[in-house]
Design a protein around this ligand. Sequence first.
Ligand SMILES: *Cc1c(COP(=O)(O)O)cnc(C)c1O
Length: 434
Amino acid sequence: MDINNLQEKEIYDNNINDFDEWKDYKWHLKHSVKNIETFERLTGIEFERGERNKIQKTIDKFPVSITPYYLSLIDKENYKLDPVFKQAFPDPNELIITKYDMRDPLHEDEDSPVECITHRYPDRVLFTISNKCAMYCRHCTRKRKVGDVDYIPSKDVIERGIEYIKETPEVRDVLFSGGDPLMLSDDYLDWILGKVEKIPHVEIMRIGTRMPVVLPFRITDSLVEVLKKHHPLWINTQFNHPRELTDSAKKAIDKLADAGIPLGNQAVLLAGVNDCPRIMKKLMQKLLQNRIRPYYLYQCDLTEGLSHFRTPVGKGIEIIENLVGHTSGLAVPTYVIDAPGGGGKIPVMPNYLISWSTRKVILRNYEGVITSYKEPDSYEPVFCDRDCNNCKLNLKLTGAPEYKATGIVKLLSYYDRTLSLTPENTDRINRRKK
Ligand SMILES: *Cc1c(COP(=O)(O)O)cnc(C)c1O
């Protein structure tokens, strides 16, 4: 099978009268496939009774919703092994809950100062402004919230989120996510982006959306007109397989790129979907061809119902090993594990630094060449005591404000006396408290 030559299949030719409807995103939302019967009718795939019951049980717990567009990409002849099918259609394995699975593995609900904000990192927040999605990805990390009416953020709630950002001057980066923020109407988005943009300390805004993948027709000219009013705005999307880069997807991406919106991709490493260096390399290269910069490759989270999608971490390392040096540096995403318990994203990479002495480091490259890099004999270390006015470096610090050192940076510094970071509830520390 040549993955480069697969086109968007138009199985709907017989089902709609006017082909223009196919390009109308509202038509797709209205006709999203939400049950087994419709799926069977439209694809000609038939499940046997036992299988059907199991699928139904899965849907009862985790609802299904597939846009006709994304449905049309399923390879019907070989659907069981199809990466598009696997991302869209329920698998009874979702009902398996392993010992380590969690409802909210990233503790997003805990790090939430107001209802729809997760404030985890020093200078940026996650703002969940929508709980709806055009398609319910089976591998969703926020599976617990999918389709749950309790999580629809009201305008009140969103206003409180905006208020929080206003009152929190360290927030310089606002990341809109959801759900899919592009499920909101153009006008409502315009209103939210405009409000946040006006906050003086907000430097950039980002939108995380899977619309270019699951419903590219949502990227209308009028939406693009709204988005380009609010620069600097960055968009990250989630292509997981090269086959998802169809002509329609490319057109949507082109519109966004032409509007001056920098595009990134956050792929998720999924067993049976893209856990293959060959597919991943093609995906990354195709993204670059379409002006999308691979940003993250995520290790699959420990969310309940995702056990069948998880790979060992070694698979991710192997994929990165197959990219670094072998293809454009721009094609290499940062492979991250989002730490269970709310530690945030932790990058994991193959090891290139093999050994070192006081004056030399030993490195290896992608081919296995082992090399040495001689470090300078005469680097005069700067012991930064934060007395910038008497610093012998003259680095023109105007405009680069002081920051607060946290975490490992604190240990690395000379101006802070912290010697170690100690976990709170070890036996040793608890004994001290007594
Ligand atoms: C991923 C994430 C961000 C953004 O992280 P970047 O590494 O800056 O892309 C911010 N907040 C939360 C809670 C996140 O999960």
